[in-house]
Design a binder for this molecule. Sequence first.
Ligand SMILES: [Zn+2]
Length: 283
Amino acid sequence: MTDAPLYDTELPSISDRDAKEKIDRLTDIIKLRTAFEEELFNVYVGRGSVAVCDQLQQQLEIGIEKLTNIPVVLKTNRQRPGTTFGATHPTIAKIAEVMRFVIEDEIRVDEVPGFQHLRQPEGEYREPGMLDIDEVLGSYFPEDQRIVLYVDAIKDYAGQKIKVSSDIITEVVLRHEAAHAVIHLGKDADGNIFKLHDYLRLDGREKPGRLHETLAQLFCFHSVNEDAELSDCLHVLCKYAPAPYVLWDDFRNVSLERIRDILIDIRRNRLHGDYETFARNAL
Ligand SMILES: [Zn+2]
């Protein structure tokens, strides 16, 4: 019998000691969190290894939904009484109105603690100290049609990184995530939405995806630009966010109509779903 490789060879490995420390820390954190009261934990274990994944699964007796390059979404089986909204949620409604799409599907919005203080590994677009919006402050899970806000992470962020109230940050993060949701589920005049398979293929393997984030940030920007507090907050978040969250600024003067038309062409497979194609058509 040959020994199974300790680490997934496609991913840079972390040392056993680092892995053990991270697992212990995660276990402590998760145990502290009132025994899986939250349905979702979004945590970072560094560049994931199969061994870490297996050990976490055994130790915590929970299912692991995915182990990609960095984020690991740990899911408990317990259903949390959720808050399900569709177009009735004022922020989702606002974004849909700005984008002139109609929301008929349900989109769930949940609040969980989050683990922003776990250091984000540096990556293709991430310099030290830079903080993603997605998976740190909030997430949109297209498969579940769900927005999650990491409320503790937002509070920590408000206290440490920037001087903006957590309520304002929460609203901007929610608008950003709602923009992802409406890009996916908003119906155009012909009643079309973004097919899940095609939505997930945008940007290929880029993470964070430049087109996903440029579109979400542009719609977020247009939804906040008449509100000084929200607009200032978006700009402060951009100061600490990696490049894919900041590229939208090149398109701030492109009409919403044009951005929307390009999005519709991408959804219909008339245009390729990558950042370069978007930029070429928008400018
Ligand atoms: Zn995003």
